[in-house]
Design a protein around this ligand. Structure first.
Ligand code: AMP
Ligand code: GLY
Length: 421
């Protein structure tokens, strides 16, 4: 079988790495990929991003399954187009992807189907938005409606921050169209967890739990990023909480989408806040795997991911189950200087060879140039390790990081710390 993976981040490197281990798979192409996928002998990068050209490629190369990593091509309807061309692809249609591409859509959907989430209001009018803050007060959360690469959320601890966020989004157009409509919601407290499932529209197969670290600096300080590190499993997701998440969030979402005439096929990611009383609220939906959550999750996955996704793309997920290694895995993101703002790129990366069977370095913003590996994006590497315990995995990953060098590298020193409470 031939597989095409769309995307160029750490998530896509991890997907390509896992899919290429399937005995059913002959060749994996990644469009456009990064230096990590380029260096792998079974994986081939192709420099195509245009949808029509990707479809032509899939037909010419007899691609049996296409897997979409990021949200932008999903929201632009890549799945709709592949299906129109009778090609198998795993991911939601643009209609289903609205669960991620519009916060207003997802909040209305949750309200309609009684899925627990923070109270909210939606605004396009700047004065009304400011008035709402005056009424509600801080802390409060201001979110751009559309896609903003994980940067469109301001958790405002003061009224001033909330008013500024409104001005940035609605008046100064900082996020363009994505911020022309905003959702303002109640501030929630608790511990976050990422819960991702595979779905074929009917059957749901949950992946192992994980926890991301969104803020740039240690102790959850600094700006929000796409994610600076993750580990799996997340101890907060006990078997009871797992069942609660399935019953209160995941299954009502899949059933609700079907009822609304928008079947959801793909990875569904629920970002959750779990409070001290184990009450669960949904912070957001993503219609794809998380990055960096994918890296530690797939590092623990036993068995054949290709077969599961191939069956899911044909509506036959019920024939599959999923098994996990009885261990913990962790990924620590090394990001470029100045990330999450305009990152400094083109710095040479050294020291990537020290991996063993318990460690791996997934590439994200990297590129090959004259046999050198250079930084090419904000999040550069996902340094990944597994161990019998999270502590062991964490120590291995930080040991590996000590070997790796590029100018201005920034990473958090406390990934996994919350799990040790
Ligand atoms: P989102 O993209 O909606 O998941 O938001 C990004 C991050 O902002 C989340 O991972 C949380 O850390 C934080 N956040 C979002 N919504 C809320 C909320 N209602 N209360 C507190 N923190 C939030
Ligand atoms: N790491 C969070 C996300 O992928 O949205």
């Amino acid at each position: 079988m031939n597989v095409l993976i769309i995307g160029n981040g750490g998530r896509e490197h991890a997907l390509a790495w896992k899919i290429s281990q399937s005995l059913l798979v002959k060749k994996v192409y990644v469009a456009p990929g990064n230096a990590g996928t380029d260096l792998d002998s079974i994986i081939e990068n192709i420099n195509i991003t245009d949808n029509d050209l990707l479809i032509k490629f899939a037909i010419d190369k007899n691609i049996d399954l296409t897997i979409v990593g990021p949200e932008v091509p999903l929201s632009k309807g890549i799945v709709n187009k592949f299906i129109e061309n009778n090609l198998y692809i795993f991911g939601p249609t643009s209609e289903a992807a609205q669960l991620e591409s519009s916060k207003d859509f997802s909040k209305k959907f949750m309200e309609k189907h009684s899925i627990p989430t923070a109270k909210y209001a939606t605004f396009t009018n700047v004065e009304l938005a400011h008035k709402y803050i005056q009424q509600k007060g801080s802390p409060i959360v201001v979110k751009a409606d559309g896609l903003a690469a994980g940067k469109g959320v301001v958790v405002a601890m003061t009224d001033e921050e909330a008013h500024n966020a409104i001005d940035l989004m609605l008046s100064d157009n900082q996020f363009g169209d994505a911020g022309a409509r905003i959702v303002i919601e109640e501030f929630l407290q608790g511990e976050e967890a990422s819960f991702i499932v595979i779905c074929d529209g009917e059957t749901v197969l949950p992946l192992a739990s994980s926890q991301d670290h969104k803020r740039l600096f240690d102790n959850d300080q600094g700006p929000n990023t796409g994610g600076m590190g993750a580990y799996s499993p997340a101890p907060i997701v006990t078997p009871d909480i797992h069942n609660k998440i399935m019953d209160e969030v995941i299954l009502p979402t899949i059933k609700g989408m079907k009822k609304d005439g928008i079947k959801f096929t793909g990875f569904l990611y629920a970002g959750l806040m779990i409070d001290k009383k184990n009450k669960i609220k949904t912070l957001e939906f993503n219609c794809r795997m998380g990055d960096p959550e994918t890296q530690p999750i797939l590092f623990r996955l036993k068995g054949d991911l290709f077969k599961i996704l191939y069956d899911a793309s044909m509506g036959k997920l019920q024939e599959n189950n999923i098994e996990w290694e009885n261990n913990s895995a962790i990924t620590i993101v090394m990001a470029a200087k100045n990330y999450p703002n305009q990152p400094i790129i083109n710095d040479e990366i050294n020291g990537l060879d020290a991996i063993n069977e318990d460690t791996y370095v997934f590439h994200a913003g990297t590129t090959l140039s004259n046999k050198k590996i250079l930084t090419s994006g904000g999040r550069v590497l996902g340094v990944t390790a597994k161990g019998k315990t999270l502590e062991e995995a964490k120590n291995k990953a930080y040991k590996l990081i000590n070997n790796i060098h590029f100018d201005g590298a920034q990473y958090r020193n406390d990934i996994g710390k919350k799990a040790f409470k």
